[in-house]
Design a protein. Structure first.
Length: 320
């Protein structure tokens, strides 16, 4: 299992750009530091507090630096090979049961690199807490490091890194879920597609970095202006989708409501934000479709919305 985690962490650590799962300082918690001469019996009392999972140990002779005692390590030492550990160690200095070679990392080290280093430790210490060096000592549990890494990878698989919007598979999955809830309810699902005009031209004239900034700003504005209950996704390089569900209503009211959503979104996206400027802010093509009352095929909604987008610069249509 740890070999698989190591491969995963190594893959993530090799990616350029911002740390995928953040830095270890985000996970670190203050850790109690005791002197190496503190009796083991006193250390045992400290570990009776449930929130204490590890204790940093400072070598009072300054020869070995800072070590670590974990709850599991203390329990193993107190048990002893013949069950006499507590009797033997009670008055012994904590230095005798300290791991003087713990994994020590700086606050700003990416979580992926910490995970990789943790998995490379020997079996006995692979899942020990990690000491985090800063203005004061703190620690991060290896379990939290792994959870953070897995959560970040899960988020990356369902969200577009540039816009932080759900990806096309995630968006179409959400559309299918909404359609699945329609049966017999009389409600309708609305799909609005927005296509950025001349995105290739923006990239050619101003550079891809500027184009990315425009798309990110557009996504941020779109996410902010859609009505409550709507979902937004990036379904292509320069194409976005908005999902909505309408209450039970007749066809005429559904058409008016779907187009009202389209007009609202286009109106809110018309003006350029200060960070981009009007000379870069793109125009949008749009199409909107909606399901029949109480039933809907997600694939048909997508196909019809795409057909409408190809045929017209705007407009709306009902899809069965």
């Amino acid at each position: 299992m740890h070999d698989e985690i190591s491969r995963l962490a190594r893959t993530v650590a090799s990616r350029p750009g911002a740390p995928l799962a953040g830095v270890v300082g985000d996970l670190a918690q203050p850790v109690l530091v005791v002197g190496s001469s503190v009796p083991v019996g006193q250390l045992e009392v400290i570990f009776r507090r449930p929130e204490v999972t590890s204790v940093a140990v400072q070598d009072e002779g300054d020869e070995r630096g800072t070590g670590l005692v974990t709850r599991a390590g203390l329990a193993a030492a107190l048990t002893g090979r013949l069950g006499y550990g507590r009797a033997v160690l009670d008055r012994k200095p904590t230095a005798e049961i300290t791991d003087w070679s713990p994994l020590v990392v700086p606050l700003g080290l990416p979580v992926s690199e910490v995970a990789l280093s943790a998995m490379e430790r020997v079996d006995a210490h692979r899942y020990d807490d990690v000491l985090v060096a800063g203005t004061s000592w703190s620690s991060a549990s290896t379990a939290d490091v792994m959870r953070s890494l897995v959560a970040a990878l899960t988020d990356r698989s369902t969200h577009d890194p540039l816009t932080r919007l759900p990806t096309r598979p995630a968006t179409w999955h959400a559309l299918a879920h909404r359609c699945g809830l329609l049966r017999g309810s009389g409600t309708r699902v609305v799909l609005l597609l927005l296509d950025v005009r001349d995105m290739a031209g923006i990239n050619a004239r101003h550079g891809q970095g500027t184009g990315d900034a425009v798309l990110a700003a557009l996504a941020c504005r779109l996410r902010a202006v859609v009505p409550r209950g709507c979902e937004v996704g990036r379904v292509d390089g320069d194409r976005f989708a908005v999902l909505a569900t309408l209450p039970a209503m007749d066809d005429i009211a559904a058409a008016a409501s779907a187009d009202a959503l389209r007009q609202h979104v286009l109106g809110e996206l018309a003006a350029a934000p200060e960070a981009v400027g009007p000379e870069l802010w793109p125009a949008l093509r749009s199409s909107v479709v909606w399901s029949v009352a109480g039933a809907g095929s997600p694939d048909e909604l997508v196909r019809e919305a795409e057909r409408r987008l190809l045929r017209t610069t705007g407009g709306f249509a009902r899809a069965s």
